[in-house]
Design a protein. Structure first.
Length: 229
């Protein structure tokens, strides 16, 4: 409820309450005079009772008029608020192009898949060349030797070892839905608390999800520190 409509409701409630109170007081006055007559009070005149009844009837009419006026004021306030709302909607202009947002997202996803497609092609080519050059199968980068130029191949996987580094193909097509899900959760955290006291925690939760995705996409390459041939 807007300020204008709230004010109209408050004013209406106050005006109606006042009018009803006046009507009740007038009715109570007439009833009291009638009761005095029943109790034998000879000082009460018919004119007093008639006047009190007329005053009560008039007060009731005023109360009803006040109710109608209050309802009209509330309707007018609501219509004014609706007109203001429509004006706000009519004046709204989008500052971003939704089509461009979709295009940008598609371009980013295409770059993501192309990156890993190129990476996988290189790793497969390197592994094929190692095989052709009789590079031995080893268990870890710690097992590569100088007489094989610090190169090695893993058994049963696409991993290859180059000195301290490990390369492997990445199943990026299968991983993409999971990565998008994690990023979507990160967005939800911040969308739910863009500001305020819970924003810092939302930012931390979002960053945790983002870091998880980054770790996943780095799976195709990692470096082991402290290796010596």
């Amino acid at each position: 409820m807007t300020n204008r409509l709230t004010a109209a409701h408050e004013t209406a409630a106050a005006d109606v309450a006042t009018a009803v109170q006046e009507a009740d007081e007038a009715a109570a006055l007439a009833a009291a005079l009638e009761e005095r007559v029943r109790n034998g009070d000879d000082t009460v005149t018919p004119e007093q009772i008639a006047s009190a009844r007329e005053l009560g009837q008039f007060a009731q009419l005023r109360a009803e008029a006040t109710r109608r006026k209050a309802e009209q004021a509330k309707r007018a306030a609501r219509l004014a608020d609706l007109a203001e709302l429509k004006a706000d909607i009519d004046a709204y202009t989008q500052t971003t192009d939704p089509d461009k947002l979709v295009d940008d997202l598609f371009t980013a996803l295409l770059a993501y898949t192309q990156h890993f497609a190129d990476h996988n092609t290189r790793v497969n080519q390197w592994r094929a060349r190692m095989t052709a050059l009789d590079v031995p199968v080893v268990h870890s980068p710690n097992d590569v030797r100088a007489d094989h130029a610090h190169l090695g191949r893993a058994n049963g996987s696409t991993q290859i070892f180059v000195g301290d580094s490990v390369y492997a193909t990445v199943n990026h097509i299968s991983n993409l839905p999971y990565h998008l899900e994690q990023l979507g959760i990160a967005v939800k955290y911040l969308a739910a608390h863009p500001t305020g006291p819970r924003h810092a925690q939302a930012q931390a939760n979002a960053q945790e999800r983002i870091d998880k995705v980054k770790a996943g996409v780095r799976a195709g390459f990692r470096t082991r520190k402290g290796h010596s041939a």
